[in-house]
Design a protein around this ligand. Structure first.
Ligand code: KG4
Ligand code: ZN
Length: 341
């Protein structure tokens, strides 16, 4: 039997400082996350400089805790995986520099991981038997992609957002109706008490009917216009109805495009990933539509949907198997593209 590969993974691309130990890309021995949400909530969104400072304060403790929970020491680790993009440059740099320091001091291989590929890989942890090919809908605060995952580390982007990311739209609309930050989970919760058919917010329409791209800024503007109109008329706003109707508009396009991607690639498996993958309406609608079409819908548990380092450890493992190693000159790349090395 081959030796187990234990990867220590580090993630610091936005507002979570995270470290995890993952064995053979699938088994999570520890998954520690220090969230900065409380600090950023005061400002209504992530403040990059504050995020970097908080990462610096937390990173050693988070890594130590990940090793302790895994009952391992640095000597037992076979490689260090780290997110090097996309994300906030100052935030990414904290993780990258820390990982480089460890790799150099321990003389262990360093593996640079694309954050979005990490999100996709969270499904490998949730579903131990999942193998490519499959379609993945990546919906997070910064990104919205429909990806055909041909093989490990091989991605074809079939569609992406032309403006706001899905999570960004959730956050902006939540702020506009006074729900606060982070908006996604709040809209999800409030929508349960609202009528999703109450207001007909428009879906983006591209000339090319086969286009799998998204646009969420139009839906967001429609919500803002609606709120203004109601205010001018002096009418009361039903927050739950606005939230539920907005959420339905977003979920409808996500589901339509994801299903179209499966049809196009003749694939009967679709995985969802990223923070918005924890949205209860999206999960329910995907399963409902998937069941009708004979498509299996997969999504990771909530802790694996939002930013974490276990997903980075999984993606790093498949890079490790391919012999990919990052040099000690590895730098943070804030706009790193999917599939780019
Ligand atoms: O993946 P993630 O943790 O960070 C990025 O890489 O961006 O995603 C965070 C995003 C935020 O925009 C947040 O509002 C959204 O995911 N989110 C949700 C839900 N939980 C988190 N959006 C809709 N419904 C949710 N339940
Ligand atoms: Zn993310």
């Amino acid at each position: 039997m081959e030796k187990d590969i234990k990867i220590l993974a580090i993630e610091s691309s936005c507002d979570e400082t995270a470290a995890a130990v993952v064995v053979n890309g699938r088994e999570v021995l520890s998954n520690v996350i220090a969230s900065q949400i409380d600090i950023h909530t005061k400002f209504g969104g992530v403040v990059p400089e504050v995020a970097s400072r908080k990462h610096i304060e937390a990173i050693s403790l988070v890594v130590e805790e990940a090793l302790n929970e895994a009952n391992l020491t640095l000597k037992d680790i076979d490689a260090i995986g780290v997110t090097y993009g996309p994300g906030l440059v100052g935030a990414l740099l904290v993780g990258v520099q820390y990982a480089k320091g460890l790799a150099y001091a321990l003389d262990k291989p360093l593996i640079g991981v694309n954050h979005i590929e990490g999100h996709i890989s969270s499904n490998f942890i949730q579903y131990k038997d999942l193998e490519p090919p499959f379609i993945c809908l990546v919906v997070s605060g910064g990104h919205t992609f429909i990806v055909y995952m041909k093989d490990y580390g091989e991605f074809e982007v079939l569609g992406q957002t032309r403006d706001d990311a899905a999570g960004e739209a959730f956050d902006k609309v939540a702020r506009a109706i006074g729900l606060g930050y982070p908006g996604g989970p709040k809209i999800d919760r409030v929508s349960k008490e609202g009528n999703k058919e109450a207001i007909a917010f428009p879906r983006a329409n591209f000339h090319d009917k086969n286009c799998l791209d998204f646009s969420f800024s139009g839906i967001k503007s429609a919500v803002l216009n609606y709120l203004n109109k109601m205010k001018m008329k002096g009418e009361e706003i039903n927050k739950a109805d606005v939230a539920a109707s907005f959420q339905k508009a977003v979920v409808d396009v996500l589901v339509d495009n994801a299903m179209m991607a499966c049809k196009r690639k003749k694939v009967d498996k679709i995985a969802i990933a990223g923070g918005v993958a924890s949205n209860s309406a999206l999960r329910a609608a995907m399963v409902e539509e998937g069941t009708k079409r004979g498509i299996k819908v997969l999504f990771p548990e909530l802790k694996l949907c939002t930013d974490n380092a276990a997903m980075i450890g999984s993606a790093a493992y498949y890079e490790f198997l391919k012999g990919k190693r990052a040099p000690l000159e590895l730098n943070a790349i804030p706009n790193l593209k999917l599939g780019e090395r």
